[in-house]
Design a binder for this molecule. Structure first.
Ligand code: SAM
Length: 212
């Protein structure tokens, strides 16, 4: 993992410097706050591991510079990873980085979550993308989705998820753990209770299976 982190940081600060994909430049901070943080749910959460094992498919929404998708793809070569990122340039550059790192199981798409109908069971991850209450309702599916949010230790002071739990979502994981160099992390996991319609009614909706 250290070797992978070194190559990754070299690409971000060398060939792809200027694209502004990470503000963290010290190797130690990069390893802890980006690489380790991305993969910690695998060692800390049985629910997360089981969800990956069940679907063998992960969609990472808003991956920015490639987190958590690329470190997770490195650690799980038998799982297929699809990234969806609203900014085209980031998707293009992170695909080049994935190729340079030899990751054949990660495909990075320029795609907004809002316009996707998840027509296969999948895991969906969000790290530093936005509030749970803003993003969970965007998900449209008639299948089973397991959704994980990487959050900070003060999550419950900042966000209220009661309303979501009363309606469409079941809380399946709530796990606190330490990540060196951070104030601690909270992993929140959700599973849909019923068919979800999403918050956008539009003709632009595409089937997730067409991206596979
Ligand atoms: C702060 S960055 C987080 C990057 C990365 N996940 C990390 O942990 O370093 C948030 C990213 O989410 C993307 N984003 C925001 N809304 C989105 C949406 N509806 N669909 C896809 N990507 C979205 C933004 O373009 C941005 O690159």
């Amino acid at each position: 993992m250290k070797e992978f982190a070194k190559k990754y940081l070299d690409l971000l600060t060398g060939e792809f410097a200027g694209i502004n994909l990470t503000r963290i430049e010290s190797p130690e901070d990069f390893y802890n706050k980006q690489i380790l943080d991305s993969v910690m749910p695998m060692t800390e959460s049985k629910v997360f591991r089981n969800a990956l094992e069940t679907t063998k498919l992960v969609v990472d929404v808003g991956f920015g510079g490639g987190f958590p998708i690329l470190p997770l793809a490195f650690k799980n070569p038998d799982v297929k990873f699809i990234g969806m990122e609203a900014r085209a340039k980031k998707a293009q550059v992170v695909q080049s980085i994935a190729n340079s790192l030899g990751l054949t199981n990660a495909t990075l798409k320029h795609q907004r979550l809002d316009f996707v109908d998840f027509d296969v069971d999948t895991v969906i991850t969000f790290k530093a993308v936005g509030k749970v209450i803003d993003f969970l309702p965007m998900i449209r599916t008639d299948k089973t989705v397991y959704v994980f949010f990487y959050k900070g230790p003060n999550f419950y002071e900042l966000e209220d998820i009661e309303e979501l739990l009363e309606k469409n979502w079941e809380l399946i994981e709530e796990k606190s753990y330490d990540v060196p160099g951070t104030e601690g992390r909270v992993l929140l996991g959700f599973k849909n209770r019923k068919v979800l319609r999403g918050t956008l009614v539009t003709e632009k909706i595409i089937k997730f299976s067409s991206l596979l």
